[in-house]
Write a protein that binds this ligand. Structure first.
Ligand code: HEC
Length: 433
């Protein structure tokens, strides 16, 4: 924890806005990936068991196809799961810094759960894929052993989602920002439950429609059995349809439960948009299923992604409002921090002097060369012990040497004039001797 605390630096108000946006984007990526992973692993196990009971080829294939819905490339869970989750946690820690909130501890517990779950699910996948599906069917022991890994992995991911729902749904409550949370109240609130159910439903929707999109369009296997294709099309769209008919009621409940303090006009607009997109998704899936063509599935898939994003966005808005008071505290801390870490006033003055010298004075002066004005070498020898007078000259030039034209006023402030003089003596002082 010590080490992590070092990563937390005071942030300006504008950075905090940026962090909150990143938090939202990270959540979208994370949920789309992890939701699909959870649902597809769950379905793979479920249809694996069913295939054992029914001795049906289709269910064997289905079980293997589900676990391969997400590519087995190791970069996927790292790039789309672990890295976004790690960033989400760091941003929360940054934003909660100084509240004394216990949420970071739960966030790290969830991170551990997640990492173990991902590893175990990879093991399940590699066991399922270690034999061609056709051989798996006759050899139940291998499948049963794989199943144990699958069940443990999904159970951990389930626990993770529950804990994470508890964290997210309590982070938009005012009390998190002022006092400590009671753990049972956080874990078993109705809010948490609702949050969790919405995540689960969107995850299964993603897996169901994702399956259709992948096997009918994006990644259609060569010489696939047409009867199987029809079977999976029907199965996936059936359960997705059912789930997304229920969803609007959950959104309604969720909307009603938004704490009054964090309710805004945007919350209402988002709720309306969620219901509208949901109706479109249901319509698309329904017509697809009737026509058996599934050519609208890609749109339904994008629709579900929009629903997930909107839902997370509404959470982000509530979070923003709930955290506004603390954001102010953070930004004030930042201002103090800035002041304390900028001790080098001279450096700034020197930079200022250099800047003005090269942008203004150099137009007419060189150090040891006559240009429009006299060489500064001579001028500086004259003013070596009377820098204040030099400053007043620069501020308000007067006629000095008839051999030169008048020096026009450079419109500097006293501070700037002092900075230039300081810079000149610092830079060229040595060369005067
Ligand atoms: C547009 C041309 C021009 C610019 C720009 C200019 N100077 Fe000059 N400067 C002159 C001229 C011409 C003189 C000689 C004036 C005179 O002798 O009456 C002069 C004279 C001086 C002198 C000598 C005064 C004296 O008592 O002998 C100083 C010091 C000086 N300039 C500093 C600066 C500094 C510092 C800047 C930049 C902020 C600057 N000048 C920008 C044209 C310029």
């Amino acid at each position: 924890m010590e080490f992590i605390d070092k990563l937390i630096l005071p942030q300006s108000a504008i950075t905090i806005v940026l962090l909150k946006n990143l938090l939202f984007l990270g959540q979208v990526v994370f949920y789309i990936f992890t939701g699909t992973l959870f649902a597809s692993t769950f379905l793979s196990i479920k249809f694996g068991s069913k295939s054992n009971k029914l001795k049906s080829d289709f269910y064997y294939w289905l079980s293997a196809d589900y676990i391969n819905l997400i590519s087995s490339n190791i970069l996927m869970p790292i790039g789309l799961g672990l890295i976004p989750l790690f960033s989400i946690i760091l941003i929360y820690m940054e934003l909660l810094h100084g509240t004394g909130s216990k949420l970071p501890i739960f966030l790290w517990i969830s991170f551990v759960l997640y990492t173990i779950a991902i590893l175990i699910i990879s093991k399940y996948r590699s066991m399922i894929n270690s034999k061609p599906v056709s051989q798996m069917g006759t050899e139940n022991t291998a499948r049963d052993r794989a199943k144990i890994y699958g069940i443990i992995g999904t159970a951990l991911l389930f626990a993770f989602f529950w804990l994470f729902s508890a964290i997210l749904s309590s982070s938009d409550e005012k009390f998190v920002w002022t006092s400590n949370i009671s753990v049972p109240a956080m874990l078993f609130s109705f809010d948490t439950f609702l949050h969790f159910i919405i995540i689960m439903i969107s995850s299964f929707g993603l897996a169901g429609i994702g399956f259709i999109v992948k096997y009918f369009f994006w990644d259609k296997p060569a010489n696939i059995n047409e009867r199987y294709l029809k079977f999976v099309g029907n199965l996936n769209s059936n359960f997705t349809l059912l789930l997304f008919i229920i969803v609007p009621f959950l959104f309604l409940l969720n909307f009603v439960l938004i704490p009054i303090e964090t309710l805004s006009k945007s919350s209402f607009l988002i709720f309306a948009a969620l219901v509208a997109v949901d109706i479109i998704v249901v319509g698309l899936v329904y017509f697809n299923q009737k026509s058996y063509k599934y050519d609208l599935s890609t749109w339904a898939f994008y629709g579900i992604i929009v629903i997930i994003s909107l839902n997370l966005y509404s959470g982000a808005l509530s979070f923003d409002i709930a955290s506004s008071a603390h954001t102010y505290v953070l930004a004030t801390n930042y201002a103090k921090f800035e002041e304390s870490t900028t001790p080098v006033k001279e450096v700034n003055i020197a930079d200022l002097g250099k800047e003005i010298y090269s942008s203004k004075c150099m137009a007419c002066h060189r150090f040891d060369q006559k240009l429009v004005g006299p060489p500064h070498k001579i001028v500086m020898q004259k003013y070596a012990d009377k820098r204040a007078e030099m400053v007043s000259f620069i501020l308000k030039p007067v006629k000095v040497d008839p051999a030169y034209p008048d020096m026009p006023s450079q419109g500097l402030t006293p501070k700037e004039a002092r900075a230039v003089v300081e810079y000149m003596f610092k830079e060229y002082g040595e060369k005067l001797k």
